[in-house]
Design a protein around this ligand. Structure first.
Ligand code: CO
Length: 139
């Protein structure tokens, strides 16, 4: 089994502060990590749930993939991050099964992780992110 944990559930939102405030008020959730990933054009806030996260995502520019997602489909579930021991190995498994990938090779993700995205057409309509945890900095 290549998937070791649900790393995060990513939810695209228009207003990051409003979403953080809602999770705080309703569930008492606290932000454990915040990061802007310029290459992806997103700002994210991670709320820990046991050993996984709810990742609230908002675009930082108009031409980012998350901005087009919000424009087309509105707020909601954007992708699921599966934790794997080895991102390259898991990505190869997808390719070997004939699956379509978005990232041909693993690349740096937020929190010091190594990630690769699998195309939703290859995975029953769900955008999947394979997340390799590279140690204490990526938790
Ligand atoms: Co993600």
């Amino acid at each position: 089994m290549l998937l070791t944990e649900i790393d995060h559930i990513a939810i695209a939102v228009n207003d990051l502060e409003a979403a953080i405030a809602w999770y705080a008020e309703v569930f008492g959730a606290e932000v454990e990590h915040r990061e802007t990933v310029e290459s992806d054009g997103v700002e994210e806030a991670l709320l820990r749930v046991a050993d996984s996260y709810v990742q609230l995502l908002t675009p930082t520019r108009e031409n980012s993939p998350v901005a087009s997602y919000l424009a087309k489909r509105g707020e909601g579930l954007h992708h699921v991050g599966y934790r794997v021991a080895n991102c390259a190995e898991a990505l190869e498994a997808v390719k070997a099964a004939g699956g379509r990938v978005i990232d041909e090779a693993p690349r740096p993700g937020s929190r010091g992780t190594t990630v690769a995205f699998v195309h939703p057409k290859a995975s029953f309509g769900t955008l999947i992110e394979l997340v390799q945890d590279n140690g204490p900095t990526s938790h």
